[in-house]
Design a protein around this ligand. Structure first.
Ligand code: F6P
Length: 346
């Protein structure tokens, strides 16, 4: 590997821990005297020749920083002949021996295509606050998001209790309920609504009224951004539905749900949409360690020529799995975790 040059890029939505991966890759590469170049804004940097050499100095101090020093985008070159040609030119220009791709579902799918159809030697590192990537027990960023949700619920408890209100907390997670379920369990939510289990408004309202009858004058509901009402009790108009579940951007179910709850229970209800604070800012220690271990492993896989594979957490071990195992289908919320959250409903 000595004197070789390896590229790295970060694609998709940003996520706490990305800088820890970059730092770990550079530090591990230094040991083997491998040069690392960073491509800016995901695949776009490789296509547009937007490059930054990375060394010990340039990654110094980035471990606790959120976001990614390389920038990110959702650009996907696979399937676009012009982009593919430019990418090939730049690959040659920098004499890359391989590429480390750090990304979520979209970025990893593009990587699989680049490996399978175009034979670029690459290894991948999964990242997302949503924890929805198969082939790994957990992604970094998720723990940080859950911590932020938990802190928010803790704070919302006291104001909900003081005003005898229902508080609806809308969280991210895309098409899965991992953040909602973990945040709900950790924060002691009274109801957690996730995409994997379409909900009936009547059931939610019954639970809230029962709590009231038992003298519990406030409630916390965590709703995942892609949670859907059950078809039997769908209260969303087509227009509202289209504005909440947009292909490229989810969000808004919490507001509509809060209005419906107030209407059916008569209890004053407020909504808090946590939004992008869930993925901004400094990573938790857990995410820093996981991201660092992933970065080191990615560099080791690069040295071993384990192409078309992804680093993965299995139990507490860092392993590698074929990329095919990770893309195509999302890792939905485990029934065991949902069962634990459900035990505390109402
Ligand atoms: O995948 C991470 C995530 O934050 C999702 O939870 C959310 O639905 C989405 O990204 C938002 O993406 P964007 O940055 O494009 O608005």
């Amino acid at each position: 590997m000595k004197n070789q040059r390896v590229g790295i890029l970060t694609g998709g939505g940003d996520c706490p821990g990305l800088n820890a991966v970059i730092r770990a890759v550079v530090r591990r590469a230094h040991v083997s005297e491998v040069e690392i170049v960073g491509f800016k804004n995901g695949w776009l940097g490789l296509v547009e020749d937007d490059v930054e050499p990375l060394n010990r100095d340039s990654v110094s101090g980035i471990l606790p920083r959120g976001g990614t020093i390389l920038g990110t985008s959702r650009f996907n070159p696979a399937g676009d002949a012009v982009s593919l040609n430019k990418l090939a030119e730049n690959w040659k220009k920098y004499s890359l021996s391989s590429l480390i791709v750090v990304g979520g579902e979209g970025t990893l799918s593009a990587a699989l295509e680049m490996w399978r159809s175009h034979h670029y030697p690459l290894v991948c590192v999964p990242k997302t606050i949503d924890n929805d990537i198969r082939g790994t027990d957990m992604t970094f960023g998720f723990d940080t998001a859950v911590q932020i949700v938990t802190e928010a619920i803790d704070r919302l408890h006291s104001t909900a209790e003081s005003h005898h209100r229902v508080m609806v907390v809308e969280v991210m997670g895309r098409h899965t309920g991992w953040i909602a379920a973990y945040g709900g369990i950790a924060g002691g939510a009274d109801v957690v609504l996730v995409p994997e289990h379409p909900f009936k408004l009547s059931h939610v309202c019954e639970r809230l009224k029962r709590r009231m009858d038992q003298g519990r004058a406030f409630s916390i509901i965590v709703v995942a951004e892609d949670a859907h009402p059950h078809p039997d009790e769908d209260f969303l108009t087509l227009e509202v539905r289209e504005s909440i579940y947009r292909h490229d951007r989810l969000g808004g179910i919490g507001t509509v749900l809060a209005e419906e709850i107030e209407r059916c229970t008569g209890i004053e209800t407020r909504v808090t949409k946590l939004g992008y604070v869930q993925r901004g800012g400094t990573p938790t220690p857990f995410d820093r360690v996981l991201a660092t271990r992933f970065g080191v492993k990615a560099m080791e896989m690069t040295e071993a020529g384990e192409w078309g594979r992804m680093v993965s957490l299995q139990g507490n071990r860092i392993m590698s799995v074929p990329l095919e195992e990770a893309v195509g289908e999302l890792k939905t919320l485990s029934e065991e975790i949902y069962g634990v959250a459900e035990l505390f409903f109402g």
